[in-house]
Design a protein around this ligand. Structure first.
Ligand code: CA2
Length: 145
């Protein structure tokens, strides 16, 4: 039986690979999804990948994941640092949660140092570029056994 892992990206990450490559690299979100799907396939995992600039949409996807997905890999973008609502939605989700940040948020402005999501996440990756998504997925696959 195949497992679904829900890859959720938050605001402005639709610009990945199109702006600020010195911070976020040259890969687009489609490239990230393709790389994760290539890694997932042989492990019997299916990737569902979505991006939204809207907090409520992200919350709706987290609720949907309660019924459909064994794990969530989430880069909540700037909502990381502001959203109690995304934290609450993740608290109601029982599967694995991995938080990914492309940049090392701890090396950046102080307002990026706190994450509401980290208090729920099973693991946090920051500063591994877009490879962080694949590293999180490797961990999910390993934990699924
Ligand atoms: O490092 C990360 O992945 C962040 O989650 C990215 C967010 C930022 O607010 C967080 O503090 C750290 C910003 C996403 C913006 O994405 C862009 C990608 C390419 C070009 C412009 C913006």
């Amino acid at each position: 039986m195949s497992h679904t892992v829900f890859l959720i990206n938050g605001p402005n990450l639709n610009l990945l690979g199109k702006r600020e490559p010195e911070i976020y690299g040259a890969d687009t979100l489609d490239d990230v999804t393709a790389k994760c799907s290539a890694l997932a396939g042989p492990a019997g995992v299916v990737i569902r990948s979505e991006q939204s600039n809207h907090e409520g949409q992200i919350i709706d996807w987290i609720h949907e994941a309660r019924e459909t997905s064994v794990a969530i890999i989430i880069n909540p973008g700037a909502f990381t640092h502001t959203s109690v609502a995304i934290y609450d939605a993740l608290q109601a989700y029982e599967g694995l949660v991995f938080e990914v940040h492309i940049s090392n948020v701890h090396k950046r402005e102080a307002f990026r140092h706190h994450s509401y999501v980290s208090a729920r996440a099973d693991g946090v990756l920051a500063g591994f570029g877009v490879e962080g998504y694949e590293l999180a997925l490797r961990r999910v696959i390993s934990l699924l056994g």
